[in-house]
Write a protein that binds this ligand. Structure first.
Ligand code: SF4
Length: 127
């Protein structure tokens, strides 16, 4: 499995799930971090970045279930938190928590600021 070694020191590995425009913000937060193989026992953060449609929701659940350990799950942006501007769409889930995902951190905004994701990752790193 591969993820971004966010700080380049093996302290936090980030699986960014780029679902819509919020992914541009998470990519901005990532800077030059490259995808690398994740070592056993590593601290993993999953960033759900963007709109979660009902069609993609099973794939998101499957991805989360396949990750080792208990990753920290971040709903990054209004769509991943509560459905965002599409909250009343028949085809959009009202956020990750609404589809049964245990979310550890919610970051609001449409789009959310990259700095907010960077701050959460720093907390995880120090935590
Ligand atoms: S919260 Fe806004 S910027 Fe982010 S995916 Fe939804 S519509 Fe796009």
């Amino acid at each position: 499995m591969q993820a971004k070694d966010w700080f380049g020191d093996s302290s936090v590995y980030v699986v960014d799930v780029p679902l819509a425009c919020c992914a541009l913000e998470s990519q901005a937060a990532a800077g030059t971090a490259n995808l690398v193989d994740v070592p056993a026992g590593a601290r993993i953060v999953v960033a759900l970045s963007g709109t979660i449609t009902n069609a993609v929701a099973p794939a998101v659940r499957e991805l989360l279930a396949g990750l080792p350990g208990k990753p920290v799950v971040v709903s990054f942006g209004s769509c991943a938190c509560v459905g965002g501007p599409y909250w009343d769409s028949y085809s959009v889930a009202k956020g990750a928590a609404d589809m049964g995902v245990e979310v550890d951190r919610f970051i609001a905004g449409c789009p959310p600021p990259p700095e907010a994701l960077a701050a959460v990752l720093e907390e995880v790193r120090l935590g």
